[in-house]
Design a protein around this ligand. Sequence first.
Ligand code: AMP
Length: 279
Amino acid sequence: MQIIKTLSELDLYLDCAKTLGKTIGFVPTMGALHRGHASLIEASKAKDDLTICSIFVNPTQFNESSDLDKYPRTPERDALILEMLKTDALFMPEATEIYPEKAIESPAFQLSHLTTVLEGYYRPGHFDGVIEVMHRLLTLMQADRVYMGLKDFQQQAIITTMLEQMEVNTTLVPCSIIRETDGLAMSSRNVRLTEEQRSVATTIYHTLIEAKEKWSRPEAASEIQRSATETLEKAGFKVDYFEIVNARTLQAATSFEEVTRACVAAWLGEIRLIDNMEL
Ligand code: AMP
């Protein structure tokens, strides 16, 4: 596997790939890799000639510096995992490569209210950072496809809309959420859960399943949301939101026919977990 640290190395790699007519699959991550990330690499390998994974813990998308400091970093382990998955290249830039002194402005994307609801409401500024780094990475990579997880449902909705407005020929491929055997969505943050928190964490999954069952009856969204929040709070969570939204607009779902998604964010102690499910 080629380890690439600078933009000039990346340019050379992409130039060679282009010369050979190879398609590029891009998997952006913040590292501390788990099977969720591995599924994106596998999806890319199944479709594209070359798979490039990036690991960059993007400082601008953390709205709390303590969260950035505590974010797990396991570069040697990550590189081994990527080797085992037969990833073609790992792009591991320093922050100065992505954010040079002479700032590169991101265009103003028309994202309507996709960035202000759910995560955008509870983590002000978070999506500004995500948009900034993804604009930079997608422009650099000029990939044929970018593989992103539905675990971050709102993020992939925003990047899909952003790509429609960018001058790159990259298609976003949404990939299913990979879960632990008890249903907890895999996340780099899960390693920070205590044993007790870890056993409680699966409640999130159960509330989503329950919402799916109730929705198919169809019950009022507000009643589902109220009861899911109550279940989570009883289990020890502090709930930011449990919302049933239109999967396209991310606005509150108003009818049973819409493609809907239940989205949840809740804290267990200092750890914030997010998850979602199509209803
Ligand atoms: P992260 O390293 O958390 O920024 O995530 C990098 C990519 O992996 C994003 O596209 C995430 O949506 C995706 N991802 C994270 N966890 C999972 C999971 N459990 N299943 C599928 N994709 C995931």
